[in-house]
Design a protein around this ligand. Structure first.
Ligand code: AMP
Length: 504
């Protein structure tokens, strides 16, 4: 397995290479090309600008920008000065932005000029910098209509600084804050690069959002770390994807199974596509989809297993000639893996248990959440909440222990949706769970007990006021009562199974 533990810890500044004219980032929508030499100039320049605006080491900067070269440049610039980048999903509603901004309490929020009405309203009273997304050229920042002066001195970040602060959906309704240090992110990027033998000749296609570790660490940082090129479209369009793949000689793409499915649904080119490999991560890849992808791409499709807390990749199927197996998330590739029981002891070889991991990508711990840390960390190991077993070094994920709903790679916390449903005046009780779905793997299902008049359409409309679209329940059952255990706990998976079998 590839472990970068022997390497000295690095900061993200190690990504910058001054003497290299290979493109680092290409935006296929407007032709923006940023060479590695450009990136090495732009990132410190933007860091200096941020420093002039008043951003300092340890300060938090929330970033709500579409995918594209600018978000990579700004994330790296924030991190370069030892500040903490907190990217936000642009699909959030006002209520969600309000929650995240309150939780993060950023000193600065970056929003595209002329856009982001919801996030701006939620950020009332906070400092917002407008980002003018130029083509070509680096983004320009202005605060209260006054363009920020370029450059300025700053103390560069070190490997122990927190670079990124992400939220993970918890099984409780409060999302947990996951700090990822420079050294965590660099170790993960290097491990991914080594596992797939990435080089400066490779061209990655960033098909996933850059506010999540999948798009940011796998598709982008891992490729930048070896001096290659990342294609960063602003919006993923299946019809343009195939043109971009051939125009920019893309050599690998990573996506969730749902996104892979969407990309091939649109019609695929007849001739050779020329990718070296295809990577799938963030939710289970159905073997039939894997076979279909291999026949479309005529390249190995490698399923990987990643997690925010691990700075993304923990295991992955290897490149040939080693075997890549359908139904397995592969071998250690960034983290050490054990299968443990409740006490944290190894289960007998081959038996199922909870997947525990450790490695240089692992977060030092959740912020301000001692209970979650006590539950998740033991002796330097981290409980993933996933259930699985090892067979000849290959990890096979089985049922989930955690009740998170995984909709095409987007993790959704059931209690968050339950609370929104319960806030409807006609809802007396509510439970949410994952429902199997061909396109997304899972979608949100709900069961409610009514104490007044309400329709399913009305309930969904009510949810739309506070929840991003991907969280709105697709299936809603109306029940007389929601079963609970003797101690009053909801067993969401059981309820979901009973409803799927036709009764409760
Ligand atoms: P996130 O922190 O959003 O990346 O989500 C991490 C979780 O996604 C893991 O704990 C798993 O439950 C799930 N996951 C990631 N990759 C896979 C995979 N290949 N198969 C099944 N589940 C996966």
């Amino acid at each position: 397995m590839t472990h970068p533990t022997s390497l000295a810890p690095e900061s993200l500044l190690a990504l910058l290479r001054e003497d290299d004219h290979v493109p680092a980032l290409i935006c296929p929508d407007d032709g923006t090309r940023v060479s590695h030499a450009d990136l090495a100039r732009i990132v410190p320049d933007l860091a200096g600008t941020l420093a002039r605006i008043g951003v300092g080491r340890g300060d938090r900067v929330a970033i709500m920008l579409p995918n594209g070269p600018e978000v990579v440049e700004l994330l790296l610039a924030v991190a370069a000065l030892g500040a903490v980048a907190a990217p936000l999903n642009p699909a959030y509603t006002h209520a969600e932005f309000a929650f995240y901004l309150d939780d993060l309490d950023p000193g600065l929020l970056l929003v595209p000029a002329g856009h982001g009405e919801e996030v701006r309203a939620a950020a009332a009273g906070r400092t917002v910098a407008d980002v003018v997304l130029h083509a070509p050229g680096p983004p320009v920042l202005s605060v209260a209509g006054i363009p920020a002066a370029p450059g300025g001195p700053f103390d560069p970040a070190n490997p122990q600084d927190t670079a990124l602060l992400l939220h993970t959906s918890g099984t409780t309704k409060r999302p947990k804050q996951v700090p990822l240090l420079h050294r965590n992110l660099m170790a993960s990027a290097r491990a991914i690069g080594a596992h797939y033998r990435l080089s400066a000749r490779d061209v990655s296609y960033c098909a996933m959002p850059l506010f999540h570790v999948h798009g940011l660490v796998a598709s982008t940082l891992a490729q930048l770390a070896v001096g290659g090129t990342v294609i960063t479209p602003r919006r993923l369009s299946p019809s343009r994807y195939w043109r971009h793949v051939s125009e920019y000689a893309v050599s690998w793409v990573s996506a969730s199974p749902t996104t892979h499915q969407q990309l091939i649904e649109h019609g695929v080119p007849a001739g050779g596509i020329g990718l070296r490999f295809v990577r799938s991560c963030s939710s289970a890849l159905p073997p039939a989809l894997m076979a279909r992808l291999e026949s479309v791409y005529q390249a190995p499709v490698l399923e990987a297993y990643g997690m925010t807390e691990a700075s993304h990749q923990m295991t992955s199927n290897p490149l040939p000639p080693a075997g890549h197996l359908a139904g397995s998330v592969g071998i250690e590739a960034g983290a050490h893996v054990r299968i443990v029981d409740r006490q944290g002891r190894d289960v007998p070889t081959g038996q199922s248990g909870e997947v525990a991991i450790t490695g240089p990508g692992l977060t030092p711990g959740y912020l301000n959440d001692p209970q979650a840390n006590a539950e998740s960390f033991f002796d330097g190991w981290f409980r993933t909440g996933d259930w699985g077993r090892l067979a000849d070094g290959y990890l096979i994920l089985e049922d989930r222990i955690k009740e998170l709903i995984n909709r095409g790679g987007e993790k959704i916390s059931p209690p968050e949706i339950e609370d929104v449903l319960k806030a409807h005046p006609a809802v007396a009780d509510a439970v949410c769970f994952g429902v199997d779905d061909e396109k997304y793997g899972q979608v949100v299902g709900a069961a409610v007990v009514l104490a007044g008049e309400a329709t399913v359409a009305g309930l969904r409309e009510h949810c739309r006021g506070s929840l991003a679209d991907f969280k709105i329940p697709k299936v809603v059952h109306i029940l007389d009562a929601i079963p609970r255990t003797a101690t009053g706990k909801l067993q969401r998976a059981r309820i979901a199974d009973s409803l799927a079998e036709g009764g409760l």
